[in-house]
Each structure stands twice: as structure tokens, then as C-alpha cells.
Design a binder for this molecule. Structure first.
Ligand code: ADP
Ligand code: MG
Length: 654
């Protein structure tokens, strides 16, 4: 086995290159195949009495050595450590059979175990290697413009700052930013989204994506080795080898279980014989027990399913950074979501300008924009954008200060001007009671109200609306369908606005007016009251909450290392509908792994007594045992495709 697992096999093979060739050329399978042929030949020739028994035995020994060529080495390594694992049990059984003169059985065991192991290892490597095929999507060379001359250079030689020329129909060799030209791109290799995306100057573009319509010049921002596609492949590769909680448990159990089976077999061979039993009967039963008791299927119950799920998710732009996170995704019933930028587009628009004092709307906007010109906040940017669109020359106010989670303050003509929430204005002692009605009304429409003024005089208010993502209602419905009981919106916005939006989206609970630090506290609180929590955010602002959550999911992470770093699960694309997919994938993997565990424990529960009572022959034990292992592997492969969420109709926008 390639994957590390203390229960069964080798754990030195970490980060080994997965095998990518044909199945019959895979050494363990090739040897098992030849072993099977030799075994079958010897068996037939012996039965029809073409060869003498001596030659037949010689051929059986050859078949056994070939069959065990791969796992036998691992058994020897384990014995040298010393440690008892599945390979040791199988080696003891093979040698035991041979010692009893059961040459056929010994060869059959070595061959069949070798074949099953080879097949399982091949499948596992295939599953792990599949993600690498993505790398073939990025071309091996690119057209670069240097000193006005077009040259073709190998992709590995592209340097940051080079300008690539990408024509329609060509794929990008590495990541970059569009310098000139506009086009639409198929970004599915990176984000999993099949709908083409429009891009123009300044847009980020990724390796492996296909340029569909226009010729563009792209400034290289990352080398071939560092680009997003290589990063995805690398992360998925590593994640597929990481163990889940279940696997660790099985490993710990296996460390005691396999020696116990070996001890049981030894007792079975010795004790009844000492009590006067027929040694050939009891040694035979002991050998059968060593085979029957080996927990092969149990050990395979999770890793194939996990590798299959993580690999297929990676191809859809969902990076799951380890088996544990996949398992956690399948476990959570509570999902917390950031509002701004996650449920909404994060680019609010000004909808209302309501002056209170002697000012006119234009004066109100001018003052607001003067303060907000120094702020990075999305609300601030929206206000400045609107002022510019209305032809107002925005004059930046002095001594700007951001009041995190509340608003901002600056000086205009020597006087303090505040811009921010009603709570902020109440805190600075402004009289806003008579404005309550109008503020509440706007907030109930799902708008965010920003007040503008001084502690002794409120000049007016600006209302803004952040459109929710069109796919949000469908995603929420899909999440409920995938078994998420509670969806909780976390936001710094006020309660009324948040509740209005939540109502439209079908969100169950709202935690509003949270300061950035409160979000991670809210996650902790949800964990203590409702159980494990998945948190979805943009990965940069929400990093503390993502880190606190049982599983932190960052959205729209293509090209943003910090966001990928902060998350346990990174959605490369920007489509909320991948969330129900990821949850369903976690659920299905857990389900399959549990199925496999129950199945393999049941098989052991039947095989072990059958072996001890002599009801089962060595060959029978080998057959049932290996078939059950193959069933567990094939069942694990089903984790590639979760059931799709049900089709839903689109609700109208807010
Ligand atoms: P979130 O990103 O979750 O919406 P923030 O913590 O960024 O929340 O902001 C919380 C609230 O503080 C906003 O809804 C707004 O009312 C107010 N606020 C913060 N910064 C500004 C700003 N620069 N201009 C206006 N209002 C602001
Ligand atoms: Mg936010």
C-alpha cells in the first residue's frame, strides 16, 4: 500500500509519486499476474498428470514468491522493526501453509493477496494521480513579447513581468494580469465554473484557462512552478495523503489488533495440540485464522474514499486541504456565513440621499465622500463612486481615522465630521431619535444606513444596498437539503438590515452588529450551543473566524494565497452553489467510509469464528478476504460523485 497506515502496511512511502501508467505494467500487478499464470499452469498440469508432483511444488513456490514479491518485502521490513501488521499475518499464513505441505494454498494466498493489494494500490495511485492531468491543460510554451519581438519560450522559463500574447483558442501557460485587450475565458480548470468569464485590462487570469474570444496581452505575475494550477495540484496531492480522524482511529486499533490475531493463531496451533489434538488440523486452523483475521478491508475503508473525494473536488475548484476537513464537512449541521462579500456581492450601491438640515443632497454627498475618500471600506468606496458619478469633485478631508466596525471620522474646515452607523452616532451623543422612523424603514428594506454629521448636528443619511448574489437562495436551499440544519448570518451591519436580507435568502439566524473580533466569538458560541460549525467567509477579513470554526471555508480564492492559507476548504470560484456540493461530498464520504467499516467488521465477525471452528478452508478464507477488500475499494471510489442537490427555481432578487 502506498498510503501510510500503521494498521496494515508501510508508512515510509509518504509523498511518493503516484503511478500513472497501464495497470498491467504496474509492478505489483504484473508480478501477481505472472504468479497467477504459473499457479494455474502448475495446477492444471498436475491434475492431468503431465508433470510430477515435485515439479508442481517447484512451480507453486515460484508462484508464491512472485505473488509475494511486493507485500512480502513489506512484511520482512515490518518484522525487522519489529511490528505485526497485515503483511506479517499474510506472510505467516503463507509460510505456515507451505510448512504443512499445502503448496497450492500457499501459492494461491500469495497470488491473491498480491493481486488485491496491487489492484488497490493501483486504484489509489490512479485516484491520486488524476488531479495531475489538470497540469496538461496548461501549454508547455508561451508567446512572449520582448523588445517588441514575439518569441516562443518554454513555460518553465516565463519570468514575472514578462508579457505573454494569448490568442483565442490558446490556453494560458501561467498566471498573469491582462495588460491590454478584452476577452472571455473558460476558467473551469481552476474554478470549476463552466460559464465563460469576461475579462479586461487589470483582470487576473490563471494558468490552464482557455482564452475564447479575443487576443490579449498578459503580464506574468507568477512563474510556471508557482501558478494557481500548480498550487491546486500540489495541495490536492498533499491532502489526499493526510489521514482522517477515522483512519487514525483504525490505525491505533490495528496496532493492537494484528498482533492479537497472530497471538490467537499461535495459541490455536499450540494449545489444542498439547491437549492431545491433531496438530495438522489445528495448525491448519491457525493459518486460516491469520488470513481470515487480517483487517484488509477495514484498513481500506476510508483512504480510497477520501482520496477519490478530494481529487474530484479539486477538479471542480474545491480545494479540501485534508481528509480531516472532508470528514468535518460531512459532520457539521451548522453553517455560519459572512454577509458582505459572501452572501452579497460586496459592492454596495447608494440608493437614497436624505439631507436633514439645511443641506441639499449634493452637499450631503460631498461631505460624506470627503471623509470616505480615505477609507477602504466597501461602503466608503460606494459613496465615493456615487459622488464621482454625480460629477462632484471629491476633496479629501484631513486627519482621517477609521472607527472599525462603526464608521470613520475626519476633519473638514477644522470641524470633526463623522460618517457611520446609527450606533456610532448614538455613542457620540448625536440626537437621532427623531430620525429613527426613517432609518428603520430603510433598514427594513434591506438597506444599510450611513449617517453623516457632527455630534451636535446630523447633516443627513446615505442609504446603500448590497445586492445579494443571484445564486444565494438556491445555495441556501441546497445546503438545507444536504443536511445543514442551521445557517447563521454573521455581519457587522445592523440587525434590521441583516434580518431583511436573511429573510429573503431563507437564512435561519442572524448575528448582527458584530465587530470583526466578535465574529470568531460568535463561532465559538455556536460551537458550544449547536455543535461543530462550518464558517464561510472571504478568507482575509474573516481569517480569525475561519480559524476558530470546525471547518473554515474561504470563497473566491483563485489567485489569493492568503485566503487559501487561512482556510481548511478553499472554493477557487465565486459561486455559492459549490458549497452544497462540498457539504454533500463530505456527507457521502463519511457515509461510504462508515458502510465500509461496518461491512468489513461484519466480514471479520463471520470469518474469524469460521476459521477457528475449521468450517472454512485456507483457500476459502483467502477468497472471501480478498473479495471483501476489493469491494471496499470499489465502494470507496463512489465518493467521487455526491448526489447532486435537487433542482430549484430561481427566486426574485432583493
Ligand atoms: P461588515 O463587513 O460585516 O458589513 P463592518 O465591520 O465592516 O461590517 O462594518 C460594520 C458597520 O459599520 C457597517 O455596516 C457600517 O454601518 C459601519 N461602517 C464601518 N465602516 C464604515 C465606513 N467607512 N463608512 C460608513 N460606515 C461604516
Ligand atoms: Mg466582510
Amino acid at each position: 500500500m502506498t498510503q501510510p497506515d500503521a494498521a496494515g502496511h508501510d508508512d515510509t512511502a509518504e509523498h511518493e509519486e503516484p503511478y500513472r501508467g497501464r495497470w498491467w505494467a504496474f509492478p505489483p500487478l504484473r508480478n501477481a499476474l505472472i504468479s497467477g499464470l504459473v499457479l494455474a499452469t502448475a495446477f492444471v498440469l498436475e491434475r492431468i498428470e503431465v508433470i510430477p508432483v515435485g515439479i508442481a511444488i517447484g512451480l507453486y513456490v515460484v508462484a508464491a514468491l512472485l505473488g509475494a514479491s511486493h507485500w512480502g518485502r513489506e512484511a520482512v521490513e515490518a518484522i525487522a522493526r519489529p511490528r505485526v501488521n497485515i503483511d506479517v499475518l499474510m506472510a505467516v499464513a503463507t509460510v505456515g501453509s507451505a510448512a504443512l505441505g499445502l503448496w497450492e494454498e500457499a501459492a494461491f494466498l500469495a497470488f491473491l493477496y498480491g493481486a488485491a493489494e496491487g489492484l488497490e494500490e493501483f486504484t489509489y495511485d490512479r485516484t491520486r494521480g488524476a488531479i495531475r492531468a489538470l497540469l496538461d491543460l496548461a501549454p508547455k510554451e508561451a508567446t512572449v513579447v520582448r523588445n517588441g519581438v514575439e518569441t516562443i519560450v518554454p513555460a518553465e522559463e516565463l519570468a514575472v513581468g514578462d508579457v505573454m500574447l494569448v490568442r483565442p483558442g490558446e490556453s494560458l501557460a501561467t498566471d498573469g494580469t491582462i495588460l491590454s485587450g478584452a476577452t472571455s475565458l473558460d476558467e473551469s480548470p481552476v474554478t470549476g465554473e463552466s460559464v465563460p468569464v469576461e475579462k479586461g485590462p487589470g483582470s487576473d487570469v490563471f494558468a490552464g484557462t482557455l482564452n475564447l474570444t479575443g487576443a490579449v496581452e498578459v503580464t506574468v505575475t507568477r512563474t510556471f512552478a508557482d501558478n494557481t494550477l500548480s498550487q491546486i495540484i500540489h495541495l490536492v496531492d498533499e491532502a489526499q495523503e493526510e489521514k482522517t480522524q477515522t483512519q487514525r482511529l483504525i490505525d491505533r486499533f490495528g496496532a493492537y489488533y494484528s498482533p492479537a490475531i497472530l497471538a490467537g493463531a499461535a495459541l490455536l496451533a499450540v494449545v489444542p495440540t498439547l491437549l492431545g489434538g491433531d496438530p495438522s488440523v489445528w495448525v491448519r486452523r491457525a493459518v486460516t485464522l491469520a488470513v481470515a483475521g487480517a483487517p484488509c478491508a477495514l484498513v481500506m475503508s476510508t483512504p480510497v474514499a477520501v482520496a477519490a473525494a478530494i481529487g474530484s473536488a479539486g477538479k471542480r475548484g474545491v480545494l479540501i486541504k485534508g481528509g480531516i476537513h472532508l470528514e468535518n464537512l460531512g459532520l457539521v449541521h451548522v453553517l455560519a456565513m459572512d454577509k458582505t462579500g459572501t452572501l452579497t456581492r460586496g459592492t454596495p450601491q447608494v440608493t437614497d440621499l436624505i439631507p436633514f438640515a439645511t443641506t441639499d443632497p449634493e452637499e450631503l454627498l460631498r461631505v460624506a465622500a470627503a471623509v470616505e475618500a480615505s477609507s477602504e471600506h466597501p461602503l466608503a468606496q460606494a459613496i465615493v463612486r456615487r459622488a464621482e458619478a454625480d460629477g462632484i469633485v471629491v476633496r479629501r478631508a484631513d486627519t482621517f481615522e477609521a472607527l472599525t466596525g462603526a464608521g470613520a471620522r475626519a476633519q473638514l474646515n477644522g470641524k470633526d465630521v463623522y460618517v457611520g452607523s446609527a450606533t456610532l452616532f448614538a455613542d457620540i451623543g448625536a440626537a437621532i431619535e427623531d430620525k429613527r422612523g426613517i432609518i428603520d424603514g430603510l433598514q427594513e428594506e434591506g438597506k444599510t444606513v450611513v449617517l453623516v454629521g457632527h455630534p451636535d448636528q446630523v447633516i443627513g443619511l446615505v442609504a446603500l444596498r448590497d445586492e445579494y448574489r443571484p445564486e444565494a437562495p438556491q445555495a441556501i436551499q441546497g445546503l438545507h437539503h444536504s443536511g445543514i440544519r442551521d445557517i447563521v448570518m454573521l455581519t457587522g451591519d445592523n440587525t434590521r438590515t441583516a434580518a431583511a436580507i436573511a429573510g429573503h435568502l431563507g437564512i435561519d439566524q442572524v448575528r448582527a452588529e458584530l465587530k470583526p473580533a466578535d465574529k470568531s466569538r460568535a463561532v465559538t458560541e455556536l460551537q458550544t450551543t449547536l455543535g461543530p460549525v462550518a464558517m464561510v467567509g472571504d478568507g482575509i477579513n474573516d481569517a480569525p473566524a475561519l480559524a476558530t470554526a470546525t471547518v473554515g471555508i474561504a470563497m473566491g480564492t483563485a489567485g489569493t494565497d492568503a485566503a487559501i492559507e487561512a482556510a481548511d476548504v478553499a472554493l477557487m470560484g465565486d459561486d455559492l452553489r459549490t458549497l452544497p456540493y462540498a457539504v454533500a461530498l463530505g456527507r457521502k464520504t463519511r457515509h461510504i467510509s462508515r458502510q465500509n467499516i461496518v461491512f468489513s467488521v461484519l466480514i471479520l465477525a463471520v470469518l474469524i469464528p469460521s476459521a477457528v471452528t475449521g468450517w472454512l478452508s485456507i483457500a476459502g478464507a483467502v477468497l472471501v478476504h480478498e473479495v471483501s477488500e476489493i469491494i471496499a475499494v470499489l465502494n470507496g471510489l463512489r465518493a467521487r460523485n455526491p448526489a447532486p442537490p435537487p433542482p430549484t427555481h430561481h427566486e426574485s432578487h432583493l
